[in-house]
Design a protein. Structure first.
Length: 300
């Protein structure tokens, strides 16, 4: 049985309203991710991970542990993969890249940043992307396949399973299932060099500042993710400017949902106009067919 436009829009609004905390305005249909993230932030501190790139030795234990924990293909263990910069994929949610910098080789972990106010969540029309109260940004199978989350992410993280008959969006979930049990993410537990520290954002920022001021000259005075795009769950320390280790430094401090307001407000209009456009095309096609049939009859 098909679903009419009114039923779809009603269901869409009901789903978002049901997921939103009490007191959230009806406008949450237009900005679901932003409103939800703010409400969660007011009720509970987000958890996160501090990545100290000065401690990372490039062992890639985090890659292997992540793959094992989430039933993903095991990454190529050959060290030659570090010869070129890699990106996360639908089958590899985290990875280590090696960079040649002014201070020698630096290794940096890459995965979803788990933004405080995620652009992917704000762009999702059916709440498949969600910012959990623990801080993780997750995906579920409510997805309708629009892939707005992919184009709205400033870090190019969500990946679509193009080769699958039942495709999903794949990315790091901050091991949300473990967070619910009070456990650390798998990558943190697997790191032998203690380059990864798990805790609340407040605790991690305090620890990062303590390291910067305690070890003068070891770090640049910048915690990446403290303010970028409104703040992220993953925070980074580095001995060199972040652009030297593959980080975008042009993102600013404004959360991405702020930029998407105009687009998100236009989406319901698109949903309403699209069926009308299809009806119009169908009507014109029928009229053209009737005219041709009439002309054919007159020629006879």
């Amino acid at each position: 049985m098909g679903i009419d436009r009114r039923t779809f829009l009603k269901g869409l609004g009901t789903g978002v309203a049901a997921a939103a905390p009490a007191g959230v305005a009806a406008g949450s249909l237009l900005l679901p991710g932003k409103v939800g993230a703010k409400a969660a932030a007011e009720n509970r501190e987000f958890m996160g991970v501090l990545v100290d790139t000065t401690r990372c030795v490039g062992c890639r234990s985090c890659e292997m542990a992540c793959a094992d924990a989430h039933n993903l293909p095991m990454p190529n263990g050959d060290a030659s993969v570090l010869d070129k910069k890699r990106d996360t994929s639908e089958t590899q949610w985290t990875l280590i890249n090696r960079y040649k910098t002014e201070k020698g080789e630096v290794f940096a972990k890459k995965q979803c940043m788990h933004c405080n106010q995620p652009g992917c969540v704000a762009a999702c029309l059916v709440k498949a992307m969600e910012k959990k109260k623990e801080g993780a940004v997750t995906w579920d199978d409510n997805c309708m396949g629009c892939r707005f989350c992919m184009v709205s992410c400033p870090f190019d993280i969500p990946k679509f399973e193009y080769g699958s008959a039942v495709p999903k969006i794949q990315k790091c979930s901050l091991c949300w299932e473990k967070l619910q049990k009070g456990e650390k993410p798998t990558c943190v537990e697997a790191c032998p060099a203690e380059a990864l520290t798990f805790g609340t954002r407040r605790e991690l920022i305090e620890e990062a500042n303590r390291r910067i001021y305690r070890d003068s000259g070891k770090y640049i005075s910048h915690i990446y993710g403290e303010h970028e795009v409104g703040g992220t769950g993953y925070l980074y320390l580095s001995s060199v400017p972040f652009e030297q280790i593959g980080f975008r430094t042009d993102l600013g401090t404004i959360a991405y949902p702020e930029y998407s307001k105009g687009f998100l407000y236009s989406v319901p209009i698109v949903l309403l106009l699209w069926p009308a456009l299809l009806v119009g095309v169908s009507t014109l096609t029928k009229r053209e067919g009737e005219v041709r049939s009439k002309e054919g009859g007159e020629k006879r």
